[in-house]
Design a protein around this ligand. Structure first.
Ligand SMILES: Cc1cc2nc3c(=O)[nH]c(=O)nc-3n(C[C@H](O)[C@H](O)[C@H](O)COP(=O)(O)OP(=O)(O)OC[C@H]3O[C@@H](n4cnc5c(N)ncnc54)[C@H](O)[C@@H]3O)c2cc1C
Length: 598
C-alpha cells in the first residue's frame, strides 16, 4: 500500500513560482521576516509530521474510533502521544498572535500544513484546526484579560478550543438557538443550553477545553441579531490563570456514531449554569463567529483537497502496477499477460480529472489564503479592503467547490482500484467516508452557494465580482506580450466574459422572481468554481512556461503541469456551458410540483 507523501514539490511551485509568496510577505512589515528559506523549512517539517506522526495512526484511528464512557471521551491509541508531540513542536501556535506567544505566521503557510494534515489524518487535524480557529476569534474579538488568560495556553496546545453553534432544532438557521446567557453581578454570565455535533467538545488530548458558545440574553432581540458569543471553559480557571480545581458544569452527553472522521469526537455538550465570559460585543456574536467560520470554511475545502491528494497518490501508483487488458493501440508489454491499466484512456481520464482538480483546488486555496493574509497584515488600507472583499466572495466558493471536487476525486480514486478501492485495505474507502463531511459541516455546500449568489452577488449588484474581474484583468495585462500565453489568455478571456454575462442575467432575473436566486445558486457556485480553477490554471501554466525557460532541472515536472492544464481546458472547463444552461433554466421546473407530489 502507498503511504501518503507530502506534495512539497507542487506546494513549492505554487508558493514560489505562481504566487511569489516571499515578495508578498516582504511587502508587509508583520511578515517581512518570512523568507523563502523559512517557508520551505517549515513546510518540509510539516510534511514530515503529516507523513510520520499523523499518517501511521489514520487507519487504526478509524477502526477504533472514539470511545464514550459516562461523560469521558477516549481518543484512539496513539492520538494522545501524537498530539503531545504536535503541541511540543509548537504547531498549535503557528499563526497565533505574537503578543501572546503565537508565531504570527501567514495563512498561506499554515493552509498548506492543514491540507497535508487533513490528507494524512483528517480526524486528528480537526482537533487542531478547531483550536486555531478559536484562538483567532479570541485574539480578534476578546478582551485583553481573556486573551492574557487563555491564548498562551491554547497556543501551547495545553488547552484546546471548540465552536459551539448548532442545537438540535437550529443548524443552518442559528437565529433559532435556545441557549441562554444570564448576566451575573461580577461581569460574567451563566450559560445554560445543549449544543449538538460539537467537534472536539470532549476528549483526552488537552488539560482543558475552551468552548466558544453562541447564546442569547433573556432580553435579546429575536433572530440572529440577538446572538452573543461567550467563552466557557470546561474546567474553571482561577485569577492566576491556572486551573483552580473546580468544575464548570460543562458535560458531554454522548458522542455520535458516524460515516467518517471516526476518530474525531462529535459531541452533545450540556452547559448547565456554566460560568462564561462575553467575547466582543453583546448581540454581535454571529458576526464575531464569522472570523472563525471564514477560517474553518477554508479548512473544509483543504480537507477535500488533502484527501483527494492522498487518494490520487494511491490510485496513480496502483494504475502503473495493476495489469488488466491491453492498450487499445497495441500491447505495451507483449512479454507480459496484460498491460498496466494506465494504458486505458478511461483510467487516465479519472487520474487526470483528479490531478487537475487537486492542483486547481490547491492553487485556489492558496490564493484565498494570500487574500486573508493581506486583509490582516497589509499596511495599505485600500489593499486590506480589496483583499477582504475577495475573501468574502471566494470563501464560500473555495469551501463548497473544493470539498465537492475533493469528494469526487476520492470516489474516482476508489474507481481506479476497482473492487480493491471498495475494501478497507487500501484506505480509499476511508478517504471517501472522511471527505463526505466537508460538504456538510461549516454550513452545507447548498448554503455556501446561496451565500455566494444572494449576499455576495445579487444583493451587492455584482460589486465583489468586479473586484475579482479586476484581478483577472491585471494578470491578463501582465502576460499580454508573452507569445506562448496567447491561446491560454484567450480561454481565460472567454471564461471571464461568460461568468460576467451569466451573473448579469441572474441579477436581472432575480428582480422579478425571488425564487431565481435559490434556483440558480448551486450551478452558479459551480460555474464560479470552474472559472476560478481556469484562472488558477492559466496562472500555473504561465509560471510553468516561465520557469521552464529559466531552468531545465524540473523540465519533466513542469511539462506534466502544462499537460494537466491542457487536459483541464479541453475536458473539464467545457462543463461551464452546461452549468450556464442550467442557470438559465430558471426556477420554473423546481417550484412546479406541490408538496404532496414529492
Ligand atoms: C461530524 C459533524 C461535525 C460538526 N461539527 C460542528 C461543530 O464543531 N460546531 C457546530 O456548531 N456545529 C457542528 N456541526 C454541525 C454542522 O455545521 C451542521 O450540521 C450543518 O451546518 C447543517 O445544519 P443541520 O444539520 O441542522 O441541517 P439543516 O440546517 O437542517 O439543513 C438541512 C438541509 O436543508 C438545506 N437548507 C437549510 N436551510 C436552507 C436555506 N435557507 N436555503 C436553502 N437550503 C437550506 C441545507 O443545505 C441541508 O441540505 C457538525 C456536524 C457534523 C455532522
Amino acid at each position: 500500500m502507498t503511504s501518503y507523501r507530502a506534495p512539497l514539490k507542487d506546494i513549492e511551485f505554487l508558493m514560489r513560482d505562481v504566487f511569489d509568496a516571499e515578495k508578498l510577505f516582504a511587502s508587509m512589515p508583520d511578515t517581512e521576516e518570512v523568507t523563502e528559506d523559512l517557508i520551505l523549512a517549515i513546510l518540509e517539517e510539516a510534511g514530515k509530521i503529516s507523513e510520520r506522526l499523523l499518517g501511521p495512526i489514520n487507519q487504526s484511528g478509524d477502526e477504533q474510533g472514539c470511545q464514550f464512557n459516562d461523560g469521558v471521551v477516549t481518543t484512539p491509541a496513539g492520538f494522545k502521544e501524537a498530539y503531545k508531540a504536535y503541541s511540543e513542536g509548537g504547531w498549535s501556535s503557528l499563526t497565533g498572535d505574537t503578543d501572546f506567544g503565537g508565531q504570527g505566521m501567514p495563512k498561506m503557510l499554515s493552509s498548506m500544513f492543514e491540507e497535508m494534515a487533513f490528507a494524512a489524518n483528517s480526524s486528528f487535524a480537526l482537533y487542531t484546526i478547531l483550536n486555531t480557529g478559536a484562538t483567532l476569534t479570541l485574539s480578534q474579538h476578546g478582551s485583553e484579560e481573556l486573551k492574557q488568560t487563555y491564548l498562551p495556553k491554547m497556543y501551547e496546545g495545553r488547552w484546546t478550543g471548540t465552536m459551539c453553534l448548532t442545537e438540535s432544532h437550529a443548524g443552518t438557521d442559528l437565529g433559532m438557538i435556545k441557549s441562554r446567557a444570564v448576566p451575573g453581578e461580577d461581569g460574567s454570565y451563566t450559560i445554560t443550553g445543549t449544543k449538538i455535533f460539537i467537534t472536539a467538545g470532549e476528549h483526552d488530548l488537552s488539560e482543558n477545553i475552551i468552548h466558544l458558545v453562541l447564546a442569547k440574553l433573556p432580553d435579546a432581540p429575536a433572530g440572529p441579531r440577538g446572538i452573543s458569543l461567550f467563552l466557557v471553559p470546561k474546567l474553571a480557571v482561577g485569577n492566576d490563570g491556572e486551573l483552580n480545581g473546580e468544575l464548570n458544569n460543562v458535560s458531554c452527553g454522548s458522542i455520535e456514531h458516524k460515516m467518517g472522521i471516526r476518530a474525531s469526537a462529535t459531541c452533545v455538550m450540556n452547559f448547565d449554569q456554566s460560568r462564561g465570559f462575553l467575547v466582543g460585543e453583546l448581540n454581535k456574536g454571529l458576526s464575531h463567529m464569522f472570523t472563525m467560520m471564514n477560517y474553518e470554511r477554508l479548512s473544509m475545502g483543504l480537507q477535500g483537497n488533502g484527501l483527494a491528494e492522498s487518494s490520487y497518490q494511491v490510485a496513480a501508483a496502483y494504475a502503473k502496477d495493476r495489469v488488466q487488458g491491453r492498450a487499445p493501440s497495441g500491447a505495451l508489454k507483449p512479454e507480459a499477460n496484460a498491460d498496466p491499466i494506465l494504458v486505458h484512456p478511461d483510467v487516465r481520464r479519472m487520474l487526470l480529472t483528479m490531478r487537475a482538480n487537486i492542483l486547481g483546488g490547491r492553487a485556489l486555496s492558496l490564493y484565498v489564503a494570500s487574500q486573508l493574509d493581506q486583509s490582516r497584515f497589509h499596511p495599505d488600507e485600500q489593499k486590506r479592503k480589496k483583499a477582504a472583499d475577495l475573501v468574502a466572495l471566494l470563501i464560500p466558493v473555495q469551501k463548497a467547490y473544493c470539498s465537492d471536487r475533493g469528494f469526487d476525486s476520492c470516489v474516482l480514486g476508489q474507481q481506479v482500484l476497482g473492487g480493491h478501492g471498495y475494501v478497507a485495505e487500501w484506505g480509499l474507502e476511508q478517504n471517501v467516508r472522511d471527505a463526505r463531511i466537508a460538504q456538510i459541516y461549516e454550513g452545507t455546500n447548498g448554503v455556501q452557494a446561496l451565500d455566494l449568489m444572494g449576499r455576495k452577488t445579487v444583493r451587492c449588484n455584482g460589486e465583489l465580482l468586479a473586484v475579482l474581474v479586476s484581478e483577472i484583468e491585471d494578470f491578463q495585462q501582465s502576460q499580454k506580450s508573452v507569445d506562448a500565453m496567447q491561446s491560454y489568455l484567450q480561454i481565460l478571456e472567454q471564461t471571464k466574459v461568460h461568468l460576467v454575462e451569466t451573473t448579469e442575467k441572474i441579477i436581472a432575473s432575480s428582480e422579478s422572481n425571488p425564487d431565481e436566486v435559490g434556483a440558480a445558486s448551486y450551478a452558479y457556485m459551480e460555474l464560479m468554481g470552474l472559472s476560478l480553477f481556469c484562472f488558477m490554471w492559466v496562472r500555473m501554466i504561465a509560471a510553468a512556461l516561465n520557469t521552464r525557460e529559466e531552468s531545465s532541472s524540473d523540465k519533466d515536472y513542469l511539462d506534466s503541469l502544462i499537460k494537466t492544464g491542457d487536459f483541464f481546458f479541453a475536458r473539464l472547463l467545457p462543463k461551464g456551458h452546461a452549468l450556464a444552461a442550467e442557470i438559465s433554466a430558471g426556477s420554473g421546473t423546481l417550484m412546479a410540483m406541490t408538496a404532496e407530489q414529492f
